[in-house]
Design a protein around this ligand. Structure first.
Ligand code: ZN
Ligand code: ZN
Length: 394
């Protein structure tokens, strides 16, 4: 699931509808001004309306706390406002509030900052009289004494706060690159980072990614969001963005820049460039399909990418072709049929060097046929409306 930070409209239901219409399957809002403690109260009727729109099934809502919130300083001002936000997200499953924890410059050390933040989080949850939803701690770009910059700091805050399941991590790519936490231009570094998250936090704690390019260099300790593929991270490394999107495909992603049209279409463009040969190979193997050549896998990967772009399957489902088909028989039944045909035609075939050329030709034909206009027309009488970006009316 992916999308952008959007403005809150007159009602939460309208905000949600607008975001969906614009092509977001995950989106983020400020619940009021971004430099004030005052939070907007969303009334019951509006909440019910959003629930009726089936937010949980179709999309994910995230609330970004205003920049004046701090888990360290003046917490008595932050807590009641934070509780308004946590109370709201408690109504929707897999929703969460994202917070910048604040600076520990008034304290003696980093560890005192961590202890203070943890104690305040614990108090927020333990003394609440209403249900509270998830709270995600966002990593910083490493400026000054802002917390938390490193994964171990996030882990320590969560641990000292009691390890509540409602606590999680929001990874901001621009900040992670700026602080030197991970060089997102390199697939190897992305792999290593993934393993670190798994080891230090557990993947289940990573519940949101702020997907931003950066105006500043690796390790610059500066925070400046850039449009995707226009900044220091991915301008010259779009393949690394694609790698990142696939690696973290199960985590909702939200771009936080002024031009969400650009960011959404960039994500889609990156995605339709297809899936890696290796991932297709693994997917077919897991699905029990016969072994096919590298070129065949490459053709299938390309096709899967185009398929996703044609039918707007969401990011989480798209990484796994076989799973996508299996779980969406109704929508993608026609693809399952083609996969069967494909399997049949290769059943008796030993794919070796000699057959590679024929395989390639065949793959090319099958691939084109699969996404031909006829097939699209055939599918168009189903009641599934592709979740493509539609220009909003207002
Ligand atoms: Zn962010
Ligand atoms: Zn930022």
């Amino acid at each position: 699931m992916y999308g952008c930070h959007v403005s809150i409209l007159k009602t939460l239901a309208l905000t949600y509808q607008n975001a969906i219409q614009a092509g977001c399957t995950a989106f983020q809002i400020f619940l009021g001004g971004n430099v004030t403690f005052k939070r907007r109260k969303i009334d019951e009727a509006d909440i019910t309306k959003v629930k009726d729109l089936r937010l949980d099934q179709k999309s994910r809502l995230f609330i970004h706390s205003p920049y004046v919130f701090s888990l360290i300083n003046n917490f008595e001002r932050t807590m009641p406002a934070l509780r308004v936000e946590l109370g709201l997200v408690s109504h929707f499953s897999k929703s969460a509030v994202v917070i910048h924890s604040g600076s520990y410059k008034t304290l003696s050390s980093l560890s005192e900052g961590i202890r203070t933040a943890a104690a305040n989080i614990r108090q927020t949850f333990e003394t609440a009289t209403n249900p509270m939803g998830d709270l995600l701690l966002e990593n910083t770009a490493g400026q000054g004494k802002l917390l938390p910059e490193k994964l171990e700091d996030v882990a320590e805050i969560i641990r000292l706060a009691g390890g509540d399941a409602r606590l999680g991590f929001c990874f901001d790519t621009c900040h992670g690159f700026g602080s030197g936490l991970v060089d997102l231009r390199s697939p190897e570094a992305i792999d290593a980072f993934y393993e670190q998250v798994k080891k230090q936090l557990g993947l289940e704690r990573l519940r949101l990614i702020h997907l931003n390019d950066s105006r500043f260099g690796f390790g610059s300790r500066r925070d400046g969001h850039a449009l995707l593929c226009t900044g220091e991270i991915w301008r010259n490394h779009p393949e690394a963005l694609r790698y990142f999107l696939q690696k973290f495909k199960d985590v909702p992603m939200v771009a936080e820049t002024a031009n969400w049209e650009h960011d959404l279409s960039t994500i889609e463009k990156i995605l339709i460039s297809g899936y890696s040969t290796e991932s297709v190979k693994q997917t077919l193997k897991a699905a029990g399909a016969p072994t096919v050549s590298q070129k065949m896998c490459a053709a299938l990967g390309q096709m899967a990418g185009e398929f996703v772009s044609q039918f707007g399957a969401d990011l989480a489902a798209a990484g796994d072709l076989a799973k996508l088909v299996a779980e969406n028989q109704e929508k993608y039944g026609f693809l399952a049929k083609h996969l069967e045909e494909l399997k049949d035609s290769y059943e008796s075939m030993e794919i070796g060097e000699a057959d590679a050329k024929e395989t390639e030709e065949k793959a090319g034909r099958t691939g084109r046929k699969r996404i031909s206009a006829e097939d699209k027309a055939k599918d168009s009488d189903s009641d599934y409306t592709p979740a493509r970006r539609a220009k909003s009316d207002n």
